[in-house]
Design a binder for this molecule. Structure first.
Ligand code: GUN
Length: 300
């Protein structure tokens, strides 16, 4: 058997199109334009690429984009003052402070200074708690993208066995909460988990988010299972020439795609969904801030 490939690039384009339609409707019906502020401290090259892509896609969706680039030696107090200004700015509906922050800053303090209603990353402690207790919350973008793809592929997730491999605050834990909300039986596996292969082999859904290149192979996977690969790992690729590298996930795509029912590739799977869901969260935040219903199909 050969797995169906879940095309995250195409799915992300459809999410962006929905966001664009929702933005146009908000403008036409209410004269409101959603705005997203992205804050980058320092000059990490990977973060700069992310931030540029976020800004471009925000504008393409018809929204306002506000970019704040601060030097690496900015004081925590100055960053908190900027966050306070953005919290108070009525043209800003979403705030994202790019992580990681420089070592002299307390990330928890900064993240929790963001107005939870504008916290489009879903990292604020209040949104984490709201998600865990089933209240309406801003949901972290990568798990939200994974959930959208799972629902699209499987329909109802109710009663399915799901294993989330990885326990990060950004992906593993919120992913588990979302799957639980959709009535899956959820296990979070991690580096200390015993019999992890057997656990995964019992799963209808495996979400891999550990950051270990190609860790999950075909003998971990139940035939027909749906496999979502969140990993983005750059490894040496001598077969492409000296010094060349390639991107791989946490899943050994070659072998697992022979066993799984469906699988997301790397690249072109979960990756493109993350920014699409950031745009979706910004529209949702803007709608809620204005007493409107969040647009259909863009929330958890
Ligand atoms: N750095 C890498 N990914 C993310 C993300 O999703 N949000 C923020 N704020 N920083 C990141």
């Amino acid at each position: 058997m050969s797995a169906q490939i879940i095309d995250g690039k195409a799915f992300a384009a459809s999410v962006r199109a929905k966001v664009g339609d929702a933005v146009a409707a908000m403008k036409a019906d209410h004269d409101i334009t959603p705005g997203l502020a992205v804050v980058l401290v320092g000059e990490d090259p990977a973060s700069e690429v992310y931030v540029r892509n976020k800004g471009r896609q925000t504008l393409e969706a018809g929204m306002k984009s506000f970019e704040h680039k601060l030097p690496a030696d900015t004081s925590e107090a100055d960053l908190l003052a900027l966050v306070a200004r953005l919290n108070a700015d009525r043209s800003v509906h979403g705030i994202l402070v790019q992580l990681p922050l420089p070592a002299h800053m307390n990330e928890d303090l900064v993240v929790n200074a963001i107005d939870p209603a504008k916290d489009v990353d879903g990292f604020h402690i209040s949104n984490v708690g709201r998600l865990a207790t089933g209240q309406s919350a801003m949901v972290p973008c990568t798990p939200l993208g994974c959930l959208m793809m799972l629902r699209d592929h499987l329909g109802s997730l109710s009663g399915l066995n799901a294993v989330v491999v990885g326990r990060s605050n950004i992906v593993g834990k919120p992913m588990a909460q979302l799957l639980l909300r959709d009535s899956c039986t959820v296990t979070i596996a991690h580096s200390r988990t015993k019999n992890i292969e057997a656990l995964c082999r019992n799963a209808d859904i495996v979400v891999a988010a550990v950051g270990r290149p190609e860790m999950i192979s075909d003998d971990w996977i139940k035939p027909g299972a749906t496999v979502i690969d969140v990993g983005i790992n750059r490894i040496d690729a001598p077969e492409k020439g000296e010094g060349k590298t390639r991107l791989v996930g946490d899943v050994d795509f070659q072998s697992v795609s022979q066993v799984a029912g469906a699988i997301t590739p790397v690249p072109g799977g979960v990756g493109p969904m993350t920014i699409a869901c950031l745009l979706a969260n910004t529209v949702t935040a803007c709608a809620r801030a204005n007493g409107l219903n969040a647009p259909e199909g863009l929330t958890a």
